[in-house]
Design a protein around this ligand. Structure first.
Ligand code: PLP
Length: 367
């Protein structure tokens, strides 16, 4: 999602990785090896993606996320945005009701709207989406979109009891849960919480993941794991939109996964981002401890900060923009106009010096 950043400005990008760190040589070499396969790789393939990448993704999901998937349960997509679009095409008819978290990744809600759905925001609290609000709507819902691991943008993790109730509600009322796990790998404190999809005994969850945050958005590679009838429909739609993905890149990524290179890369990046999270938290406490409150999220790539009473965070963000630092406040994630004193300070895309400088600029534009 493009943001308006002044020349020389620093952006607390809500959801971007630091693409400057990407192992481009590694990916470049793997791509070259893949394309040299010539006729074995350059022709048409299957719309759901290269078998080897699907197998590598399935094995990664089984070993790290408790999702019992095989290659046949996976459809490769061009990022999670395409995953959402394919799921919307497969699931929705005009007039269907789709519930989304009241603060969310707005392009997700937009996809559902573009497919004719009525999008209804559901309230959030410190345990994630409020189940009573889902329950009230459940009988009318066609789908529910959630980001349970590190809620986007508030970073909260959906509690275990709510997870079970959501699955039960979806079974009872026959709506689909679209679970987006866009930054699963970046969990720093304790083991990651397993996705809803790992506990889906009823076949109600469509799970979407992406390589955009662990590697780079420009690779446009993501995936869906979904119950078979839904997945078949997704694959059919993918065929007619795109025929297939980038088989060469898919092969290259599969090889890097099989060799453990991507996993090694993830471990390194996770250490770096954890340091950035802590550095940002410390700098904010030091310079803006009287202006902002926040808790440190166990994972994810942003802090969700609250301005204390008396500070208009949107006016502050405007002043900060003029001083060369961009923070995206809650209204950038809201579907309703109610002002909220929050912002998401993404820390992954700024290095340590930049984070320190960005906080300095924020502090200098406080009043
Ligand atoms: C919550 C969320 N969903 C989806 C996307 C889209 O990601 P992709 O590049 O995988 O399409 C983003 C990207 O910023 C995101 O933050």
């Amino acid at each position: 999602m493009p943001y308006d950043v002044p020349k020389g400005g620093l952006l607390f990008a809500p959801n971007r990785p630091d693409v400057r760190l990407i192992p481009t040589d590694l990916i470049g070499r793997a791509y070259r090896r893949a394309i040299r396969r010539g006729a074995r790789i350059l022709g048409y393939g299957r719309p759901q993606g290269h078998e080897r990448l699907r197998a590598a993704v399935a094995s990664m999901l089984a070993s790290t996320r408790g999702i019992a998937a095989t290659a046949d349960d996976v459809c490769i997509t061009r990022g999670s945005q395409m995953a959402l679009a394919l799921l919307a095409q497969s699931l929705l008819r005009p007039g269907d009701i789709v519930a989304v978290e009241e603060l969310t990744y707005r392009p997700a809600a937009e996809v559902f709207r573009m497919h004719g759905a009525k999008v209804v925001p559901i309230a959030l609290d410190e345990h994630g989406i409020k189940i009573e609000a889902v329950e009230e709507l459940a009988g009318k819902l066609r789908a529910l979109h959630v980001t349970p691991h590190h809620q986007f943008p508030t970073t909260v993790t959906l509690s275990a009891s709510r997870r079970l109730r959501l699955l039960e509600l979806a079974r009872k009322h026959k709506f689909a849960i679209i679970e987006e796990d866009y930054d699963h790998e970046f969990h720093y404190d304790g083991p990651p919480v397993l996705p809803l999809a790992s506990a889906d005994r009823f076949g109600v969850v469509a799970y979407a993941g992406t390589f955009s945050k662990v590697l780079a958005p420009a690779l446009r590679t993501g995936y869906i794991v979904a119950p078979r009838p839904l997945l078949n429909s997704v694959i059919a739609h993918r065929l007619y939109i795109d025929v297939q993905g980038d088989r060469i890149l898919e092969y290259a990524l599969a090889e890097l996964m099989e060799e453990g290179e991507i996993q090694r890369w993830i471990r390194r990046t996770r250490r770096e981002y954890k340091m950035r999270r802590d550095l940002l938290a410390n700098a904010l406490r030091r310079r803006l401890g009287d202006a902002l409150t926040f808790s440190i999220p166990a994972g994810g790539i942003g802090l969700w900060v609250k301005a204390v009473d008396g500070i208009d965070i949107d006016a502050w963000a405007e002043r900060a923009h003029k001083r060369g630092v961009v923070m995206i406040t809650a209204k950038g994630f809201a579907l309703t106009g109610r002002p909220r004193p929050f912002a998401r300070l993404g820390f992954a895309a700024l290095n340590r010096q930049e984070l320190a400088e960005a906080v300095r600029r924020l502090a200098s534009s406080l009043d």
